[in-house]
Design a protein around this ligand. Sequence first.
Ligand code: MSP
Length: 529
Amino acid sequence: MSRYITTPIYYVNDRPHIGHVYTTTLCDVYSRAMRQHGDVFFLTGTDEHGIKVEQSAKERGLSPQALADENAAEFQSVMNTFNLSNDEFIRTTDPEHMSQVQSFVSTLLDQGDIYLGTFEGWYDEGQEEYHTETSAKEHKYISPISGKPLVRASEKNYYFKLSAYQEKIEDLFKAQPSFVMPESRRNEVLGRLKEGLQDVPISRTNFTWGIPMPDDPNHVIYVWIDALFNYITALGLGNQESDRFKARGHYWPATYHVVGKEILWFHAVIWPAILMALNLKLPACIYAHSFWISGGKKMSKSLGNFVDLQMIESIVDKYGMDAWRYFIVTQGPLGATDADFTEERFHEIYNAHLVNTVGNCCSRVTAMIEKYLDGDVPRCKYPIRESPNAPASTKLCNQSNSAVDAWLPHMKKFEIAQASELAMGLIRDVDVFINDTEPFILAKDENKREELKSILYQCLETLRIASNLLLPLMPERMSTFLGAIYPQDPQDPTHEIAVKTSLNMPGWGECYLGKTQSLTKIALFPRID
Ligand code: MSP
């Protein structure tokens, strides 16, 4: 089974910030998790055309391409810094993208799905987007994004016949109830659909930085249409002879297009209509998350509460990359409500979840193995259940198995925080088990040695399972832990399965733990004051 997940492609006239990093990290966690169950193609990239890029470039005395190159490079370097495992980084100035967009648009022109007409309406200059009369009125003729007045504009343009797709889009929403998630976002789209679909202008003549309309170079293709096509041009769907198509064509349709709530309409209505017009399959789900706000307010440059790259880097320097990833993914606005970012909250979660739960339990168990068993990890197939001296409890084993079983369905549904909570729950179970069985007391009694070994084995084995479940979120620290408890000797027959830290991982009690050298206490998350 192959899966395809995408982020929006980010405007190069903006600097990367928490919003971009957030969406991309969510997709990264999903990709890492699902790669254990099949083939995944994870796409992100940059949206490089449009009037804003042209203007910003002019202000800086650069060509639009030079500005795009500079900022695309910054976005690309962010992907590396944040351990984001995207398979491709698409840029809309890539000639392979541009020629495919032109070919799709030609097909739509030939079919009559795109036509030349005149349009008048309320235009948001910052967003390069027209509002319907209802939406303009609702926002009091002010842009909800920039706060600047909407302007009355008219232009001769090419239009996409969106109105012809009203019924088909409604049918789509009926036939595919999870086409838009979460449900409340779906309801918003359904509400707006009732207002009726109007044709959308898909070309511009007031600037030149864009993909020329086929056979009419006075018009450039509207940046939003150009951008939406990235999801299929990256797979080569517009050039079936290309190597890209041969290698990647099978990934279509997308499993998830993950987007922020502000750009849902384009993805949930305009994009499927274009795909229908082109006779292409539709994505399985558009997942629209909410927004990070900061200190209780919408992030804004003028308020100075922007969680920008510099601020993120200072947090990462202090707490580590995995702590950052864990925080944004588990505490972020994945559902229908916005999430507030504050450093205090970050610190609280870091302490409660990573220092006091994950870190503490891992170091507690490994320290006991070091101290009481000279670091000699009780070996797998250790007959816990059969051992006459072992405690009869199979509690941790059962808890682990049910966490593993529940984890995948959550991940598949993009319920990443719930999936990770299963792992945290398991770690808390280990703590409870230690308190109940008191290995620190058993250690004083030579006759209780087998029991002690069994208890510590069960704890470590459960931590192995939990850290596998947390691996997609915290690839660095969890691999450090797994690397330390698995055999390190490539000659060891269990090494192969051991390093395959996956959910096809060996089940509870099925693999050897312990290195050839002895295990010592492992500290994963330092306490930070
Ligand atoms: N270029 C378009 C998308 C085209 S996709 C075919 C665009 N780019 S953007 O640079 O503005 O990025 C928007 C995306 O960044 C949002 O959809 C969201 O994924 C992310 N975020 C931007 N600000 C955000 C927050 N404050 N919080 C969370 N994510 C938000 O729109």
